[in-house]
Design a protein around this ligand. Structure first.
Ligand code: DC
Length: 233
């Protein structure tokens, strides 16, 4: 049976790369929930909406259509009918996404969209609160972490691949700000669900992390052939 697999963790821990690779290995759909927050943040920036004003954000949420469409096994985000994928990967949008994600109105707007995407299973869902809030009954939960230095190094490289050069000092500052915002907010903070397997990927390759996840899934399946709550066993 197709299952929901959740992968949570801080920025730069390798969640996206690992989740994409895992989804491809299993023939599952890949859902990047950070892209939903980024998409709303992108519209807020473009329309000069104050990202710290709950009323302005409530209005933004009420007047924005956010939709997901499965394109070749990857959920693509549309904002008011526009595919914003190419425009939401900047640090500016990431920080704004982190800021608006602390507001209940924003999280509520995006919750049902995420749950609907996982309704039929067969999905690898990546984010901050996948195992704790969005998919509490997920079959397998993982929390991917890495040392701060390594996360900064990876993120710097990733941004340098895109437009312009990323300065490691700026990336470090932004990442620490985001870590703090994401883990200290009142609702759905970044946290490892008690039934999630924590993997530290600092010295592991993407394939090694994916192998570890698949091994864990296989081992849990063998131990509990009825497939019920195999995680954390
Ligand atoms: O994964 P990402 O860097 O694209 O996410 C951008 C921001 O969105 C992140 O800093 C916090 C927020 N986010 C969230 O609050 N909950 C999620 N499930 C995913 C992302």
């Amino acid at each position: 049976m197709n299952k929901v697999i959740t992968i949570d963790g801080p920025a730069g821990a390798g969640k996206s790369t690992v989740s994409k690779a895992l989804a491809a290995r299993l023939g599952y759909v890949y859902l990047d929930t950070g892209a939903l927050y980024r998409a709303l943040a992108y519209k807020a920036i473009r329309n000069r909406v104050a990202i710290d004003d709950p009323d302005a954000l409530a209005k933004l949420c009420a007047t924005t259509d956010v939709a997901l469409q499965n394109i070749n096994g990857r959920m693509t985000v549309y904002v008011d009918g526009e595919n914003v994928g190419g425009k939401i990967r900047t640090e500016e949008v990431g920080l704004a996404a982190s800021a608006i994600s602390a507001f209940p109105v924003v999280r509520e707007k995006l919750l049902s969209l995420q749950r609907n995407a996982g309704e039929r299973g067969g999905i690898v869902a990546e984010g901050r609160d996948m195992g704790s809030v969005v998919f509490p009954d997920a079959a397998f939960k993982f929390f991917l972490d890495a040392d701060l230095e390594e996360r900064i190094r990876r993120r710097t490289l990733e941004l340098a691949d895109g437009k312009g050069k990323a300065k490691s000092a700026c990336v470090a500052r932004d990442m620490q700000a985001r870590d703090q915002q994401d883990s200290q907010r009142k609702i759905a903070p970044l946290t490892a669900s008690p039934d999630a397997l924590i993997i530290n990927s600092t010295s592991l390759s993407v394939d090694e992390v994916v192998d570890r996840i698949l091994e864990r899934m296989a081992a849990a399946g063998q131990r509990r052939p009825n497939g019920r709550k195999p995680n954390g066993a």
